[in-house]
Design a protein around this ligand. Structure first.
Ligand code: PLP
Length: 336
């Protein structure tokens, strides 16, 4: 099976499974799990922050960050297409009583700071209190430029706001830029990262920030049911992923580039964009569901859409898989 749906479909590698089997564990709600503690310390250090908390998912990590930054009746400014706003079931509003102020995003995945400025509310009882700006990197595979991130920092400092990063794929951004992850994290007060996407761990995210912010976030994690017990079993997979699977993201990026290049030569197929480990294509097929079913018949799973399909490379996809995928697509004569 070649599975290009997402980098969340990876299976734990043999080395990762061994690390999980051998992990020393304890009750993490008591702070007793040495492997969770080691993962938190390691992630905080990698991202240049004071403290960290291990959580089951990126969704929970973003939510506890927003709840730690904002009080009931506060507001956060976020991109229309950002994961925290669009794909997390409205958790900030529903569970945090935090009002989102979504705004259109720039083509590179950033938020225009002029546009952000225009929606910041004055201190007046008519309005929610604007408290936080939330960015995402990578966004749809795109690496948001470092100089933009630094200007966003200066912007929020001028206005007394906080800055959170949904860095589910910060590792891809760092590898693509050729800088340590801490450089990408530097402008932010808090950063949420996923271990279960490109890094290939089966479960887990980590939120990093100041010790006081993380202490607050830890309280929300418990309330949301994210306090896990002998969680070292899964934290061990995270440590293994940080040690062994960051540098290899370059292979995923090379495979995405190869995929974009080869698909570009297939008649009827339009490559609409490709960045880091994602390729966006229009297969030019009238019935994209039937097309997906035909791919499946050849042992390939992909999320196809009407005019745009997202293909994602990850540690379960080799360059040979990419070549085979493009061969199958060519044989299906998508444009005809
Ligand atoms: C996947 C993802 C999340 C959420 O992670 P889950 O572990 O699936 O809850 C947050 N932000 C971005 C950009 C993501 O891609």
């Amino acid at each position: 099976m070649i599975d290009l749906r997402s980098d969340t479909v990876t299976q734990p590698t043999e080395g990762m499974r061994r690390a999980m089997a051998e992990a020393a564990v304890g009750d993490d709600v008591f702070g007793d799990d040495p492997t969770v503690n080691a993962l938190e310390a390691k992630t905080a250090e990698l991202l240049g922050k004071e403290s960290a908390v291990f959580v089951p998912s990126g969704t929970q990590s973003n939510l506890i960050a927003l709840m730690a930054h904002c009080q009931r009746g506060d507001e956060y400014i976020v991109g229309q297409l950002a994961h925290t706003y669009k794909y997390e079931a409205g958790g900030a509003a529903v569970l945090g009583s935090i009002q989102p102020q979504p705004i259109d995003m720039e083509p590179n995945g950033s938020l225009s700071l002029d546009r952000v400025a225009s929606v910041i509310k004055p201190d007046d009882s008519h309005f929610a209190r604007t408290r936080l700006v939330c960015l995402e990197n990578t966004h749809q595979g795109k690496v948001v430029p470092l100089e933009y991130l630094r200007s966003a920092r200066a912007f929020v400092d001028d206005r007394g706001l906080a800055l959170h990063l949904d860095g589910a794929r910060i590792w891809n951004a760092a590898v693509a830029l050729g800088v340590p992850p801490a450089v990408v994290a530097e402008p932010f007060d808090s950063v949420s990262v996923c271990l279960s996407k490109g890094l290939g761990a089966p479960v887990g995210s980590v939120l990093v920030g100041t010790a006081s912010l993380i202490a607050e976030a830890r309280r929300w994690r418990k309330m949301l049911g994210g306090g896990m017990r002998q969680a070292g079993i899964i934290a061990a997979a995270g440590i293994y992923a940080l040690d062994h699977h960051i540098d290899r993201l370059a292979e995923d990026h090379a495979n995405a580039q190869l995929l974009a290049k080869l698909l570009g030569n297939v008649p009827g197929v339009t490559v609409k964009g490709h960045d880091t480990n994602m390729v966006f294509v229009d297969f030019g097929v009238a019935d994209y569901r039937a097309f997906a079913a035909r791919l499946k018949g050849h042992g390939i799973v992909a999320l196809t859409g009407r005019s745009s399909s997202r293909l994602v490379t990850h540690l379960g996809v080799t360059s040979a898989d990419v070549e085979r995928f493009v061969e199958v697509v060519s044989d299906l004569e998508p444009g005809s």
